[in-house]
Design a protein around this ligand. Structure first.
Ligand code: PAF
Length: 313
């Protein structure tokens, strides 16, 4: 059978994948039971597991997560599931790009071995009726993206808890591009004692600084150019902080001013926060690292970005 799952050490349990995609060296699994069984078998054979949860529409940012997982783990599983519980508006969910075929090529080229691509009915048998059990991380979810997208992080936390508890012991790779999501995931893994080690990976940017996002394809050339003001404002803020500006509110004001010069971008927030709890920073102290967060709408697309205070991606 053609499969990219490395041969198990002698005497260990073999991995029996569900489907092998034509021509691609990646195995596609569609049920939770088979996902759990396959990854259990991988671990029983003495190999380590890396998982990369995604909603598909994969780009170079996702590719870098998969490549890192492949460099650090024996077997890499990428989940592709457009999670309905994290979308507020039906139109946003309907418009979310679904590109499974090209996604399989990306993950296969980046060194993944398995794709878990369940249906909505598999993940939420009651859908569209509300899911009875939801996971919530309120302290980290109410501000920033959570304020603009009520319920969003409950949907993220619920699906990530389900994906990671099914996957079992693993390293789990998430992008820093969604900085608040990463904080929510770290916290839920800790609070629910899930057997995952969360690995945050640097944001991948285009040549001109725009953070890669599945939503960027919906920007016109002109809107894409306007959107660059978001990463520019972050860099300006990070520069001020690194030069010793110790008043977060003046850094925020500087970012707001810069974005205001670009009428095509409607700013939602530009904030200097404590990187650990995402609460607004009132002063700078070396004991508590800061993070700059920004979000705005350009044409039909809401974009988010963030940066460390010394310009770390
Ligand atoms: O970042 C994403 O693509 C999603 O929010 C995630 C983490 C896969 C949960 O659906």
């Amino acid at each position: 059978m053609s499969t990219a799952i490395a041969p198990a050490p002698a005497g260990s349990t073999a991995v029996t994948p569900a489907t092998v995609t034509g021509g691609l060296d990646v195995v596609v699994i569609e049920t939770l039971a088979e996902y759990a069984e396959t990854l259990d078998a991988v671990r029983q054979s003495g190999r380590t597991v890396g998982v990369v949860p995604t909603m598909g529409a994969l780009h170079a940012g996702h590719r870098s997560l998969v490549e890192r997982a492949a460099a650090e783990c024996d077997v890499v599983a990428v989940s592709i599931f457009v999670n309905p519980t994290q979308f507020g508006e039906a139109a946003d969910l309907a418009n979310y790009p679904r590109t499974l075929e090209s996604d399989l090529e990306v993950v296969s080229g980046a060194g993944a071995h398995l794709v878990f691509a369940p249906s909505v009915a598999e993940m939420y048998p009651e859908w569209p009726a509300a899911t009875t059990t939801m996971v919530s991380v309120p302290a980290l979810s109410r501000r920033w993206e959570g304020a603009s997208r009520p319920g969003h992080f409950d949907g993220v936390a619920t699906v990530v808890a389900k994906l990671l508890s099914t996957a079992g012991r693993c390293r789990a790779y998430f992008g820093e591009k969604d900085f608040q999501q990463l904080a929510v995931v770290r916290r839920l893994v800790r609070d629910l004692s899930l057997p995952a080690e969360v690995v945050g990976c640097e944001t991948v940017r285009d040549f001109d600084g725009l953070a890669l996002s599945s939503r960027n394809v919906r920007l016109s050339t002109e809107q894409r150019r306007a959107a660059l003001v978001l990463s520019r404002a972050l860099r300006a803020g990070a520069w001020s902080l690194s030069r010793g500006e110790c008043d977060p509110s003046s850094v925020e004001a500087e970012m707001v001013r810069l974005v205001a010069d670009q009428p095509e971008v409607e700013l939602d927030y530009a904030a200097v926060v404590h990187a650990d709890d995402l609460e607004p920073a009132r002063s700078c102290s070396p004991a508590r690292p800061l993070r700059l967060l920004i979000a705005g709408t350009v044409g039909p697309v809401r974009l988010i970005d963030n940066l460390g205070p010394h310009g770390a991606r």
